[in-house]
Design a protein around this ligand. Structure first.
Ligand SMILES: *Cc1c(COP(=O)(O)O)cnc(C)c1O
Length: 218
């Protein structure tokens, strides 16, 4: 299916209240333009260099989100325009984003990435460590980040029960963390091309869909 038609299909299919992030990493600006013309405004990228070029080239009403691992030495380049950093997985990174945001008098929206998959390789906080940090004075002192919710990736497996259990765990953490924050804590980002329906069934409010919109990445 063409990119524009796929976007329209997803906009029709996704329940009210679910935000679609079109994951455009590794795909050219022409592909993003097709999605944009079909009405899509939120795009997710995983590499800073690529994100900067696309942000320069494409319409200014696009909301760019960072979904991939972010190095602290690249934070300064994206802080002026990024609309959400989904992949915040360390104290070092959260403090760096806060510092850079403060420098330009901005408040940056972030999600806390939590490790839920069974694979060791997947990134994200261990939940217990995250909770300790969120209760610390260091964390309370950060005024230039706004925590909007959590993000996670399920185990990479065909076993639906394992994927469902991962999503249920993340949804549980989301609900446990909610009381620590205000109304603005409203985003549970989980679900990708192969598992978004399952994620929505488990309470997702934001899905990140790449290959089923844009095709395979090379
Ligand atoms: C690449 C990526 C996606 C999109 O994956 P698809 O399977 O192509 O839909 C979603 N989330 C993150 C964090 C990613 O890195």
């Amino acid at each position: 299916m063409a990119i524009g038609a796929k976007i329209k299909e997803l906009h029709d299919l996704l329940p009210q209240g679910i935000t679609l992030v079109a994951v455009s990493k590794f795909h050219p600006v022409e592909a993003i333009k097709e999605a944009y013309e079909a009405g899509q405004r939120i795009f997710g990228e995983s590499r800073v260099q690529e994100l900067l070029i696309k942000h320069e080239t494409l319409p200014k009403d696009i909301e760019w989100q960072m979904i991939g691992h972010l190095q602290t030495n690249k934070v300064r380049q994206i802080v002026p325009f990024i609309s959400l950093v989904q992949s915040v997985d360390s104290v070092r990174l959260i403090e760096c984003i806060n510092r850079e945001a403060q420098r330009i008098d901005r408040v940056v929206d972030i999600l806390l990435e939590i490790h839920i998959a069974q694979e060791e390789s997947k990134t994200g906080w261990r939940y217990e460590e995250l909770v300790d940090y969120l209760r610390s004075e260091e964390f309370s002192a950060l005024k230039n980040i706004r925590v909007r919710g959590v993000m996670g990736m399920a185990t990479n497996t065909d076993d639906e029960e394992i994927v469902r259990a991962d999503f249920e765990q993340l949804a549980h953490h989301y609900n446990e963390l909610k009381p620590l924050f205000g109304e603005e804590f409203d985003t549970l980002s989980m679900g990708m091309s192969d598992d978004y329906a399952l994620a929505i069934g488990c309470g997702s409010t934001m899905v990140r869909i790449g290959s089923s919109i844009f095709g395979d990445r090379y």
